[in-house]
Design a protein around this ligand. Sequence first.
Ligand code: SF4
Length: 277
Amino acid sequence: MYWKTGKEKKVQCILCPHRCHMEPDQVGICGVRKNIRGKLLTLNYGKLSSIALDPIEKKPIHFFQPGTQTLSIGSFGCNFFCEFCQNYSISKCIPETFSMTPEDVVNKATAFNVPSISYTYNEPTVFYEMVTETARLAKQKGLKNILVTNGYIEEEPRQEWERLMDAVNVDLKGFSKERYPGNFGGHLEKVKESILAYQKAMHLELTILVVPGINDWDGEIQEAIRWIAKIDPKIPIHLNRYYPTEHYREPATNLNDIRKLYNFAKEHLNNVRCGNF
Ligand code: SF4
């Protein structure tokens, strides 16, 4: 889905704003969509790296079906490249996987008697076909669909999710349009477009991971908070603490910095939570 053919068996993927052009045998930036003999194929369809029952608050989603469990699934691949990624082993590596069809996932959710399925762990956009087919089936069975995403997706595929998903948490990684491409590998404006579209279509919560040296300077997060407040001060936000990873070694976010941001956010927004302690 969402690709075009070109001359000499070249293809272009139009699923996310990277709009990768691929020669035969090339993969896109996400590492999981490949030009095979002039057709764009996905390398992770039906391949799960994880499936687990989680409290919905862990997504984090705090104001939609609170107190329930959700069946969470993830695959591998990502269309961003954040040095501080906490899920590097599945976002940028090919992990061990097991096969499941959309029917298998929905049957598992029904067997566990949970009210929702969450598409999470790695970026659902680059797992688009599996997520969409599963969500369609889940909706038919009366289950809710929950998306945990970086929001970097083109408008047309996103519109399908606006119809299928019931709640979303978008990870807003910063708020500098100059630094967003270099730090994360995408354009802030496209993420903002997704946030606005999802906010109209479903329950929305936002997460900001406060990462020293990446987004905690120049009043960047404060600017993001002001922007969210203008959309709707009732949008819940999660200010999360970062911890060092294999590829980014800055010390964990200073608790005092989180406290200051929390106090600032509380002046503008109704629902502010701090997490990852
Ligand atoms: S989904 Fe992957 S292949 Fe497609 S445009 Fe985005 S990064 Fe490129």
